[in-house]
Design a protein around this ligand. Structure first.
Ligand SMILES: Cc1ncc(COP(=O)(O)O)c(C=O)c1O
Length: 394
């Protein structure tokens, strides 16, 4: 077969995704879509806000020339300036357009960053549980993933991070609010990570980037302030998108932001601009850049996701599942009532409930259920969750 060994290997590693997808199709065909309760996907449910449609209508009528051609690879300067202004307001850090690069979603941002900073064999530390695509992004960009652990509350374990860092470490990726746990890292955790990175940089005489993947930054259901990384490590980069906060996952629009205090930011921006071009993205979609520029302060109706969180989390806790309460994103990550999470997922499938095994996030023994679904899907899943839990505990 004319497929690379590397990709064949990666496809095998992620084959559980295809199996889940196929199981979903089979179950829907056999039992009818209305009888299958699919909590396996993180596809944002809520429609984009009215402000987005108004912007699209305005842009459709706008005949200003040169708006659909190539622009500088980092994005339209006026879009970068608008994004910077909103981020500066939100974070209290004086970000300018020169530190913003418009990207093809958060996934595009992370690949562009890794492409720019990794030499072959360089290492990137991940915190388990992590978004299951990260190891593939790192491998694609010739790096090696190393894993550090979280504590029982799914907060970063600093000692574990320190032992995962070595002389070849070039970056640590954090993700808060987290997929799959929904946990938000408090300021103290971010500060401790920054200190650990600085200590490691001194120890090894290297520079280590803190990359914060934040596509769920505006999907927060508690009053706690969101701690930005820029105050805690000079070499830090935000990667984010409007896939979730504006419900635009299919439109592939996001951005990355460099720390204004990073002494190497000009060289880094040059490298990122080169990488977004030569990775083949060329630039973020022009129409979407202009559509999101003026609606940076708008979001989907977060209260709807919060109510769904309360419904699913409350139900699972009532049944007896152990789960850290998620304060953001749209996932819960409970403990599997039997040690083998893939077997648990199979048992749930028999009850027509679909969730993802923890192994897909580098953390076996748990499972992820998404609540970015209609309420009837959550309500319909309850009987299955109860039955499999009772079987496990009988
Ligand atoms: C943690 C995390 N990072 C990145 C992405 C990719 O998002 P985007 O659609 O912005 O590329 C996702 C998508 O689900 C995610 O959950």
């Amino acid at each position: 077969m004319a497929i690379s060994r590397k990709v064949r290997e990666q496809m095998k590693e992620s084959s559980w995704i295809r199996r889940m997808f196929e199981a979903g199709i089979e179950l829907r065909e056999a039992h009818g879509a209305e009888n299958v309760f699919d909590l396996s996907l993180g596809n944002p449910l809520l429609e984009p806000p009215a402000e987005f449609r108004a912007e699209l209508a305005r842009l459709a009528a706008d005949k200003t020339p040169n708006t659909h051609r190539y622009m500088p690879n980092g994005g339209f300067p006026e879009v970068r300036a608008s994004v910077a202004e909103a981020l500066a307001e939100e974070s209290g850090v004086p970000v300018t357009g020169a530190e913003i690069l418009m990207t093809v979603g958060a996934a595009g941002a992370i690949n562009t960053i890794l492409r720019s900073i990794l030499d072959e064999g360089d290492e990137v530390v991940l915190l388990a549980p992590y978004f299951g695509e990260y190891p593939f992004y790192i491998q694609h960009q010739t790096g090696v993933a190393k894993t550090a652990a979280c504590d029982d509350n799914w907060l970063p374990d600093i000692a574990s991070i320190e032992s995962a860092i070595g002389p070849r470490t070039r970056a640590l990726i954090i993700n808060s609010p987290n997929n799959p746990t929904g946990v938000i890292y408090p300021e103290a955790s971010i500060a401790a990570i920054g200190e650990a990175l600085t200590r490691a940089e001194e120890k090894y005489g290297t520079e280590i980037y803190l990359i914060s993947d934040e596509p769920y930054r505006k999907l927060i259901y508690s009053d706690q302030p969101y701690p930005f990384i820029f105050n805690h490590h000079p070499r830090s980069i935000v990667a984010t998108s409007h896939s979730k906060d504006l419900g635009l996952a299919g439109e592939r629009i996001g951005y990355l932001a460099l720390n204004p205090a990073d002494p190497g930011k000009t060289d880094l921006m040059d490298a990122l601009t080169f990488s977004i071009r030569t990775l083949g993205f060329v630039n973020a979609p022009a129409l979407m850049q202009r559509a999101v520029a003026g609606i940076q302060r708008a979001t989907v109706d977060i209260a709807i996701y919060r109510d769904k969180r309360d419904l699913l989390y409350g139900t699972l806790i009532d049944i007896g599942y152990e789960c850290v309460k998620p304060d953001g994103a749209f996932y819960v990550f409970p403990k599997s009532p039997i040690p083998d999470d893939t077997e648990f997922v199979r048992q749930l499938q028999k009850e027509l409930v679909l969730v993802v095994p923890g192994i897909g996030f580098g953390t076996p023994g748990y499972f992820r259920a998404s609540y970015c679904v209609d309420d009837w899907v959550i309500e319909g899943s309850i009987a299955g969750f109860r039955k499999v839990f009772e079987q496990a505990n009988s």
